[in-house]
Design a protein around this ligand. Structure first.
Ligand code: PLP
Length: 440
């Protein structure tokens, strides 16, 4: 690809002007097609993390998404959010067909954090209460309120929202109660009732969690029973249950939604990332029977680009791709292939402590010692770096103390050949890091 800049110039200009988010990496990406992205020098990388845990789940620049965006941008790009725009209506109708029962009232935004904020505010408005409970290992966004739902390390230097509290996550590999599933009495789920009874002012509007936790160590709740207890507790205390499906939605885990694995329906569900086929869009989805009658035409807040026509058109096309290409099924097949091989690697490699996954939502936890399960944080960073050097981009869990989980979340329609290549590179990188540790 021809550009007027050299790689060096771009890196220098970027350094001078741009403020980055997490995970700085001086790769200048200029093209993406499917599961392959290319840098300015023509070097190819396999996108084994879907450009940050999901946005390119249908692959980079899917032809259907390109076509939809081109068609829409020539008509109208932004209709003010109080007006009615056709792509937003079409998208809502399409979404209502695939969301869990009764979750069919949508507020659109551009990113996950905005949509979570909307869910929290919406829950407070609906319940007429102000406290919120979340999980210690959760991640729900980078705004002040959403940071208060996650790990304290992310809000260092900021204040925590008043009335926001946390309980332990269902992190079985490092059980916070020192127990072992299934002989654990689901203490982590029962902690919700303890918190409501003894840690709040009985003013809890909502409990929020990811059905499977992404950034906080790739935690997969072990059983439907966990959610049964959570739902029952929420019902008992009149607390709304919000699930954050921003990473798990749109087929990532082998079913359309993470909650489908556990047979429950939340009161409010939040989606984003994969939704727009690479374009910025998210939605807060309210159950029809919890919202007041005037909630549709007269929401309490707005975002300028809420439900902009281009992102809505892209999202409609991306949903068509998820359905037509049977991406949840593809996630099951490819995920199975990956898990089988990763489990074999786990037996062979001392560094691989645990392999957790559903569909193509896969995390590999690296440890210094399989008995003590001491987290191999530096080693994980090295595996990531080596893999990038070998042309595969992985992700890593970002919460302090859990930066030892490598995340593998490629586009759901990735080919078998590229899947094998990802696994080959991962094993090579792990072996090299193990050998370096031994020779020290
Ligand atoms: C589960 C989850 N919720 C919320 C967010 C925040 O989304 P965004 O970065 O689009 O604001 C993320 C982002 O990684 C996420 O993984």
């Amino acid at each position: 690809m021809e550009t007027e800049y050299s790689e060096k110039e771009l890196i220098e200009k970027d350094e001078r002007y741009v403020i980055h988010g997490w995970g700085y990496s001086p790769i200048v990406l200029v093209e993406g097609k499917g599961a392959i992205v290319k840098d300015i020098n023509g070097r190819e990388y396999i996108d084994a993390i879907s450009m940050m845990a999901g946005p390119t789940s249908v692959g980079s620049s899917h032809p259907k998404v390109i076509e939809a965006v081109k068609r829409q941008v020539e008509k109208i790009s932004l209709a003010f959010s109080g007006s009615i725009n056709i792509p937003r209506v079409e998208l809502s109708e399409k979404l209502a067909k695939i969301t869990p029962p009764k979750l069919n009232k949508f507020f659109f935004a551009c990113g996950g954090s905005e949509a979570i904020e909307t869910a929290l505010e919406g829950a407070m408005k609906i319940a007429g209460k102000k406290e919120i409970i979340s999980l210690y290992h959760g991640y729900h966004g980078g705004t002040l309120a959403t940071l208060s739902l996650g790990q304290p390390s992310h809000r260092e230097g900021f204040s925590t929202m008043p009335g926001f509290r946390q309980i332990p996550a269902p992190y079985c590999y490092h059980c916070p109660y020192g127990k072992e599933y299934p002989h654990c009495n689901f203490e982590c789920a029962r902690a919700l009732e303890e918190m409501i009874k003894y840690g709040t002012y009985n003013d809890v509007a909502a409990f929020i969690m990811e059905p499977m936790l992404g950034n906080g160590g790739h935690i997969i709740p072990p059983d439907k029973e966990y959610f049964r207890i959570i739902k029952e507790t929420c019902k008992k205390y009149g607390v709304l249950f919000i699930t954050d499906e921003i990473q798990t939605g749109f087929g990532r885990t082998g079913k359309m939604w993470g909650c489908d694995h556990y047979d429950f329906t939340p009161d409010i569900m939040v989606v984003g990332k994969a939704m727009g086929g690479g374009l910025p869009i998210s939605a807060t989805i309210f159950k029809e029977d919890i919202i007041p009658p005037d909630f549709g035409r007269k929401a309490w807040h707005t975002f300028t680009f809420s439900g902009n026509a281009i992102s809505c058109a892209a999202a409609s096309a991306a949903i068509d791709v998820v359905i037509e290409e049977k991406l949840p099924d593809r996630a099951v097949e490819t995920g199975h292939l990956m898990m089988e091989r990763l489990k074999l690697m786990q037996e062979k490699h001392p560094l691989i402590g645990d392999v957790r996954g559903k569909g193509l939502f896969i995390g590999v936890e690296l440890v210094k010692d399989k008995k003590t399960r001491e987290k191999a944080v530096n080693e994980a960073a090295k595996v990531l770096e080596k893999s990038e050097g070998k042309g595969v981009l992985f992700g890593i869990s970002t919460l302090v103390g859990v930066g030892n989980v490598i995340k593998i979340k490629p586009p759901l329609n990735i080919s078998k050949d590229l899947t094998t290549k990802i696994l080959d590179v991962f094993e090579e990188a792990v072996s090299e890091v193990e050998n370096e540790s031994v020779s020290k």
